[in-house]
Design a protein around this ligand. Structure first.
Ligand SMILES: NC(=O)N[C@@H](O)C(=O)O
Ligand code: NI
Length: 173
């Protein structure tokens, strides 16, 4: 769907949901201290390790994990989602380096209505390989994210144009 030609009949308004482990489970991991299966004191008790927060999966077909910094410009709302992408060969994790909220749009299938989540208070996400998602959606100000995903041979990015246009009106629950 071309956003420029989408009519009101094509527009579906997405409800924005709070980002929780349970709700996001079909798509991957929520990266936050509360999500840790285990946490323990290290460094003579001066630090707490919140262990193994996300399944980093980048080795398929000769891939390797890469750590990058994404400096994302804020998106204007209302925002219309007309495409999704997926990375079939690797996971992709985003950890905000600020406490600013951002939006996460995912779908179990391009034919399904996407789900929009509001990530807050430093919450990160890790898309498991093949999770359909919209590219990074920063809000309010230019925002830096630490990103861990896959570098390597093969096609690791499929894009699909959606049959409808999905509008996010406000970054509010
Ligand atoms: N293109 C790129 O590296 N980023 C996207 O995959 C994204 O999900 O933001
Ligand atoms: Ni991506």
């Amino acid at each position: 769907m071309n956003p420029a030609t989408a009519t009101a009949a094509d527009l579906v308004t997405l409800r924005v949901e709070p980002l929780t482990r349970a709700a996001f489970a079909p798509f991957g991991d929520v990266i936050e201290a509360a999500a840790a299966a285990s946490h323990y004191a290290i460094n003579a008790g001066t630090t707490t390790r919140f262990h193994d927060l996300a399944a980093i999966d980048t080795s398929r077909e000769g891939g390797r994990p890469v750590l990058s910094l994404f400096r994302a410009q804020p998106r204007e709302l209302p925002f219309t989602v007309t495409m999704l992408e997926r990375h079939p060969l690797g996971s992709q994790a985003f950890v905000p380096l600020s406490q600013r909220p951002y939006l996460v749009v995912v779908a179990e299938d391009p034919a399904a209505v996407p789900r929009a989540f509001l990530a807050r208070d430093g919450q990160g996400v890790n898309y498991r390989p093949g999770t359909w998602h919209y590219p990074l959606l920063a809000l309010e100000q230019t925002s830096d994210f630490l990103v861990i995903d896959r570098a390597g041979p093969g096609n690791n990015c499929d894009e699909v144009e959606l049959s409808a246009a999905y509008r996010i009106v406000a970054a509010a629950i």
